[in-house]
Design a protein around this ligand. Structure first.
Ligand SMILES: [Zn+2]
Length: 112
C-alpha cells in the first residue's frame, strides 16, 4: 500500500478517471503528449506520468501501448532505444534540438 503524500494535489479517483480518458483517446489514434494534454486538460508533465503508468499496466489486457519514437528533424536519427517517453532534448548525432515529439497509440479493444 502506498502512503498518501501530504500535499498530493489530485485524489486517486481523479487520476483513474484521467487515465481511462487517455486510454480512450489513444485507442485507434496516434497522438503526442501535447495533443493529450490539450484534450484532457492536464499538463504535459502529468500526461507523461499517466503514460508511464498506462504502459506498465496495459499489457494485462488485450491492448498494446505503442510508442512512435522521436525523430531528429535535421538528420532523421530515430530515438529507438529510448526508454523514457519524453521528448529528448538533443540529437546525439547532429546535436540539433529540432526533435519531433514521440507519438502514442493504443491498439486492440477494451470491449469484451
Ligand atoms: Zn540529428
Amino acid at each position: 500500500m502506498k502512503k498518501r503524500l501530504k500535499q498530493e494535489p489530485v485524489p486517486a479517483e481523479r487520476q483513474e478517471t484521467v487515465r481511462r480518458q487517455i486510454i480512450r483517446l489513444l485507442e485507434g489514434r496516434t497522438l503526442s503528449a501535447r495533443d493529450i494534454s490539450t484534450d484532457v486538460r492536464i499538463s504535459e508533465r502529468e500526461v507523461f506520468g499517466h503514460l508511464e503508468h498506462i504502459r506498465k499496466t496495459i499489457n494485462r489486457d488485450e491492448q498494446k501501448f505503442l510508442v512512435t519514437p522521436s525523430v531528429c528533424g535535421k538528420c532523421n536519427f530515430v530515438f529507438r532505444k529510448r526508454d523514457r517517453l519524453k521528448k529528448p532534448g538533443k540529437c546525439p548525432v547532429c546535436r540539433s534540438g529540432l526533435i519531433q515529439e514521440p507519438l502514442f497509440s493504443i491498439t486492440g479493444s477494451s470491449e469484451s
